[in-house]
Each structure stands twice: as structure tokens, then as C-alpha cells.
Write a protein that binds this ligand. Structure first.
Ligand SMILES: [Fe+2]
Length: 183
């Protein structure tokens, strides 16, 4: 499966444009993390791009979310490693991420939400002027973007990254595709 096929499948299964953007953001962060950590950029990117492909199909049922996504990814021809990373990103199944790629997806997913929320409270609502430091401050505000699990983001330590560095990589990665995110 190439990226174009993955995008087409995302588009076929996801109507909500914000959810598509969330997956594009996660793809960009995963690719940046792969470059940083010596992972396979294509594989890590696919895991990010496809990780929430089943969200609308599973209609909020966390018991099937990410199981179906992993199956869809396999059907598309994704590797077992990608399917496993997708499965593990939902804690409900109790399958802990073991590979570095799966661990990266687990912490990158909520980071994109925190960064997006930090952009949207800026007057210009643009990524360009966003500094990693201001995302770090938002991280400490418990009530801010509460859905972006701080505990999960903090798992960046499992891939050997300090929180500040992890946030900086995420912000830079999302800036790189800002037009596609509408930010
Ligand atoms: Fe997600």
C-alpha cells in the first residue's frame, strides 16, 4: 500500500474533516519521530495516517475502535507492525505498545490534539507563530484541552524523549504541513 491508497481509504471511511486533519497531523509527527529515532519513515507515517480510520465506523464503541482499524489496515496491505501499532493506541484492549513505532503512536496521538488546541486559542489561529514553549505551558494547564491525555503524552519517555524535545518535534512537524491542516 502506498500513501495515496492510504489517503483514499481514509477519505472513503472518514467524513469529518477535522478527524482527517488529526490523522494527517499524526502522520507528520510520526514521520518526524521516525527520522529522529531511526525508524522506517514510511511505516511510521502509515501508522499515524491510518490510526483512527475506524472512528466513524465504530461510532464511539471503544471496545471495537482500533481493532477494526487494525483489520482495515491489514486489508489495505499494511504490515503487521503497522496494524499492531494501530491496535495498541487504544488502551481499552489492554495490549501494551511494545515496538518503538507503537510507543511513538501512543504518545504522538494526543500531542497533535494538544498542539491543535494551542493553535486555535491564538488570535491568528496559525501554526507559524506557535512556539513549543507555549505548548509546554498549555501542557501544565490541566483544564486546557483536557481530552489530550497528559499521561499518554508523557509516555514520550518510553521512546527516549524528554517532554520538551517531544513537543518541539511535534510542533515543527505540524508546521511543515500547516496548509493541509488549515492552521
Ligand atoms: Fe487519534
Amino acid at each position: 500500500m502506498n500513501r495515496q491508497e492510504a489517503i483514499e481509504s481514509v477519505r472513503a471511511n472518514v467524513e469529518n474533516e477535522n478527524l482527517v486533519k488529526h490523522m494527517l497531523a499524526t502522520e507528520a509527527v510520526m514521520r518526524a519521530l521516525a527520522r529522529h529515532l531511526g525508524g522506517d519513515e514510511k511505516e511510521w507515517g502509515l501508522a499515524g495516517l491510518l490510526h483512527d480510520i475506524d472512528v466513524e465506523l465504530t461510532e464511539g464503541d471503544m471496545g471495537s475502535h482500533s481493532k477494526l482499524g487494525a483489520d482495515l489496515a491489514r486489508d489495505l496491505g499494511a504490515s503487521e507492525a503497522v496494524a499492531n501499532a494501530i491496535l495498541c493506541h487504544n488502551e481499552t484492549h489492554g495490549v501494551l505498545p511494545e515496538t518503538t513505532m507503537a510507543k511513538a503512536l501512543f504518545c504522538a496521538d494526543p500531542l497533535t490534539g494538544l498542539i491543535t488546541a494551542a493553535v486555535l486559542v491564538r488570535p491568528d489561529k496559525k501554526l507559524a507563530g506557535l512556539e513549543a514553549e507555549s505548548v509546554r505551558k498549555r501542557f501544565k494547564e490541566k483544564g486546557f484541552a483536557a481530552g489530550a491525555s497528559r499521561e499518554q503524552i508523557s509516555k514520550c519517555c518510553d521512546i527516549g524523549l524528554e517532554l520538551d524535545e517531544f513537543i518541539a518535534i511535534g510542533v515543527e512537524a505540524m508546521k511543515g504541513i500547516a496548509p493541509h491542516l488549515g492552521l
